[in-house]
Design a protein around this ligand. Sequence first.
Ligand code: 5AD
Ligand code: SF4
Length: 462
Amino acid sequence: MSMTETPEGPRKTVYIETYGCQMNVSDSELMYGSLAAHGYTPVEAPDGADVILVNTCAIRENAETRVIGRLGELKRFMKADTIVGVTGCMAQRLGPRLLDQAKHVSLVVGPDGYRSLPQLLDGARSGERFSATDFDLEEHYEDVVARRFEGVKAWIPVQRGCNYRCTYCIVPYTRGAERSRKLDDVVRETHDVVAQGLSEIVLLGQTVNSYNDGTHDFADLLRAVAAVDGIRRVRYTSPHPNDFSDRVIAAMAEVPEVCEHVHLPMQSGSTSMLKRMLRRYSREDYLASVERLRNAIPGLALTTDIIVGFPGETDAEFEDTLSLCREVRFNDAFMFKFSMREGTPAERMPAEWTVPDAVVTERFDRLLATVRGISRENNMTRLGARVEVLVEKVARDGTLLQARSRDFKTVMVPAESAKIGDYLTVELTGTTGATFTGTPVRDRAPLPMASPMASPMVSTTA
Ligand code: 5AD
Ligand code: SF4
């Protein structure tokens, strides 16, 4: 009997294509794990797969437009009995509407419904079509063993859902209310990933630093996972600026495994705009959070998210965003043009507040130039520094290796100097402005474990 045979016949194959954030990447790993436990074999391409799942994002309209296009394209990979399902945030948002829109889709399953996937797939095989979008506030998939394909770091979900109500954001509606996993469960999973040969973890949650399992807060969690033998780097994403308690900042400062990088979504630098966005902090509050973090953690790198063109954005408000970028001097930023999402509070704002496309584009370009300029200047000052990097993968050009510093810089290193999963000390010898080249300065640091396989099976297109 071959690897893909069972007593009942050949194992069915499943391909999952992932869009959106790390939470979706992590959910895809859970779905692969759950389906593998039910007799499915993960495959790396949709061609001829028995099951094709598209794990979707709903955060901006263009994320959804891409998925609709991709669903059409996937038809050509389908055999007569292939089942196509849509999962994730867009599935949750559109539910049965997706079944009407795409006749070759048999299943639509939201983020809390993945437990029933094997049964739903059986039903689909007998010709049924389902939409499963109930929230389940108890659901953490504790009994599912994630199938990880990322080579050197593990995404570990610690919290699902979101209790904030930022007026632009669809996430509270697609992922429901906030709930935290038990600390012991997260620690158990951390032991498991070390046993798989990984030494870096990234704790995931929509507002991850508000983590609270009823007994433990995020500070306890950081300390507990960092204490697991074999863990060398701990990261987390994304925190909310209001949830940095003194305890959390102290844990970051005191625990050596916690990396010196915070992705701190700012969204806007204008207090009046932040109010309309219901971010619950002012420009000054945001700056105060930055200062507390920087005072506690030497060498801290900060990255952020910024939205341009939210309803009612005036020139002065936009200038405040530019000036806050100059003041904070972010290492990098993800910048987005505002996209109106159905059902969010922003939809009920007066139509005359809509910022014209041409204005949004002009502002976006100015913001991009500002952020990139600051990032380049920051990076130039780092040349000559010695940093520890973890080699993550073969770089896109196919000849260099791509590595990452503790403060989240991308560093290209020569292929012969290391292998994937190695930690190296390098001198930063060059920069494109955005990424660095590094030259190893001494022998490889010893690895806590043998280096793991590197075959990214989950395609991410955030
Ligand atoms: N339009 C544009 N960007 C958005 N984001 C969230 N909702 C929207 C929207 N409707 C951005 C925010 C968030 C990031 C993940 O996506 O900046 O932090
Ligand atoms: Fe992730 Fe938000 Fe997109 Fe859902 S809508 S996949 S939570 S970014």
